[in-house]
Design a protein around this ligand. Structure first.
Ligand code: HEC
Length: 103
């Protein structure tokens, strides 16, 4: 009985840890591919483009930049529009995804 309780706690713990990590990067990839890639690139950094590259940037920086665009404390017609449609979750996910890309 005790062993059963212990192992099911362990399994539950692992499942939570795994879905928290995996879900955010996969969901972030989907957002990046559908919404951000046309300007920021998906896997290749857009060094020659007029858009700031996002790959490998600090996740906290990306999150705060997106939240500033969303509440318009940072002004950019393009990014104010795009960030305006992102939820807190979307922002966490897409920041996690870009921060994990190799620049
Ligand atoms: C239509 C083109 C376009 C799309 C699509 C776009 N961006 Fe941007 N992004 C820009 C431009 C232009 C800037 C620079 C704006 C400025 O001067 O602040 C920018 C800036 C940023 C910055 C700030 C970078 C820095 O160095 O401070 C972040 C973060 C960002 N975008 C994230 C995203 C994310 C995430 C998405 C998808 C949800 C996205 N962008 C979609 C054009 C775009």
């Amino acid at each position: 009985m005790r062993i059963f309780a212990l192992s099911s706690m362990l399994i539950a713990g692992l499942a939570v840890a795994q879905s928290a990590n995996a879900a955010s990067i996969y969901a972030g990839h989907a957002i990046a591919a559908s919404t951000c890639a046309q300007c920021h690139g998906v896997t290749t950094p857009s060094s020659g483009a007029p858009f700031p590259p996002l790959a490998g940037r600090d996740a906290e920086y990306l999150k705060s930049a997106l939240k500033q665009y969303r509440d318009k404390t940072r002004v950019s017609d393009i990014m104010n529009n795009i960030a305006g449609s992102l939820s807190d979750n979307d922002i966490d996910n897409v920041a996690a995804y870009y921060s994990k890309l190799k620049p």
